[in-house]
Ligand binder design. Structure first.
Ligand code: GDP
Length: 343
């Protein structure tokens, strides 16, 4: 055999092995084996190319079995009560016979190495449940990278039979948009403040929400929560209507007493029914997939551009030339782009 043939043969053996790994993990995952699900997620989070290849094969196998769930995004500032809410809400769903997966997108983990959402003591009760799968935020260099892994994780969880996917994120910026782009229902948790409900939450995020819940509505705080609810209802009236005609609802709830957690759950049920009747449920998912294709393409192009050593070198030179005023920023960018096209 010549060298090329040997290499081809080795490659096909490797492919076979990877396929075998993928198929056996997929089969175990489908039969409800949580370790197989965890291992598959670890593979897709890996930076090793061979792991990613197996993960891609598993995702391909899982795709026909995915999609049959409600994907709920949950956001709010640190301390608003996200994990307490998910614990209570999740337990109620489990009692209803649901199987839930809790995933997290944590924009702080990449910067600080630590993580607001990664705390092991969170959701203690839920984490003991057979029908709950909790996965902390994926590691990654960029929020886009983390988002991609989370989207892929959703597919795996759905194929593994989880019918309710909760994607949690800290309300501190970009990550809400990211989560909004991968869920069916977007829930914003808010704290009741003395008349300052609208502060600290960007209007854009309020507009993205399909539902709002004022948390910690118990004890002395209950009245304040109700006041905040009224103010929020008024504020929401001023927002433009959504395409499906759904009007976001505002509720109060307490994760400590468990009161009105069911109101939030019922709101999500109502939304699901409404969106399915109107056809916006599937349409939204299709739009999300299309956007995601473009998003992935953009990041691949950027990676191709910035990770190419030759182009990187020229980019540094161009930066310097722009700084010196020898070339305009526009012209320098065009020069680099031309170089990229010729590659
Ligand atoms: P997260 O940072 O948004 O995940 O918030 P946590 O769930 O960790 O809650 C922050 C703090 O608020 C904790 O001390 C909780 O015990 C408290 N907390 C959460 N939900 C409630 C609630 O419904 N009522 C009351 N009184 N306290 C709550």
């Amino acid at each position: 055999m010549n060298e090329q043939k040997v290499n081809d043969w080795l490659a096909s053996r490797k492919q076979l092995r990877e396929n075998r790994n993928a198929v056996s993990l997929f089969e175990a995952l489908r039969s409800g084996n949580r370790t197989a699900l965890s291992s598959s997620i670890t593979l897709l989070e890996s930076s090793l190319e061979k792991d990613r290849e197996i993960a891609t094969a598993i995702i391909r196998l899982c795709l026909p079995f995915s999609g049959n769930s409600v994907r709920i995004g949950i956001t709010g500032v640190p301390g608003v009560g996200k994990s307490s809410f998910i614990e209570r809400f999740g337990m109620e769903l489990i009692h209803e016979g649901k199987r839930i997966a809790v995933l997290a997108i944590d924009p702080t983990s990449e910067r600080t190495g630590g993580s607001i959402l990664g705390d092991k003591t969170r959701m203690q009760q839920l984490s003991q449940e057979e029908n709950a799968f909790i996965r902390p935020s994926a590691a990654g260099n960029t929020l886009g990278g983390v988002a991609r892994k989370t989207r892929e994780t959703i597919i795996l969880c759905e194929a593994a039979g989880y019918d309710t996917i909760l994607v949690e994120t800290v309300g501190v910026g970009q990550s809400e948009t990211m989560v909004h782009s991968m869920v069916d229902f977007f829930l914003l948790l808010l704290l009741a403040g003395a008349g300052d409900e609208l502060q600290g939450i960007k209007r854009g995020i309020m507009e993205m929400a399909d539902g709002l819940a004022v948390t910690k509505a118990d004890g002395e705080n209950d009245q304040r929560a109700k006041l905040a609810q009224r103010e929020l209802k008024n504020a929401i009236h001023l927002f433009p209507p959504t395409a499906s005609g759904w009007i976001p609802e505002v509720h109060t709830c307490s994760s400590v007493t468990g009161e009105r957690i069911d109101a939030v759950r019922n709101m999500i049920h109502r939304f699901e029914e409404h969106a399915k009747i109107k056809g916006s449920f599937l349409q939204n998912r299709k739009d999300q997939d299309r956007n995601w294709m473009h998003e992935t393409l953009r990041s691949l192009l950027l990676e191709g551009l910035y990770l190419n050593p030759a182009i990187h070198q020229r980019t540094l030179e161009m930066e310097e030339a722009v700084r010196q005023g020898n070339i305009s920023a526009f012209e320098a960018a065009e020069f680099i782009y031309d170089l990229y096209k010729k590659q």
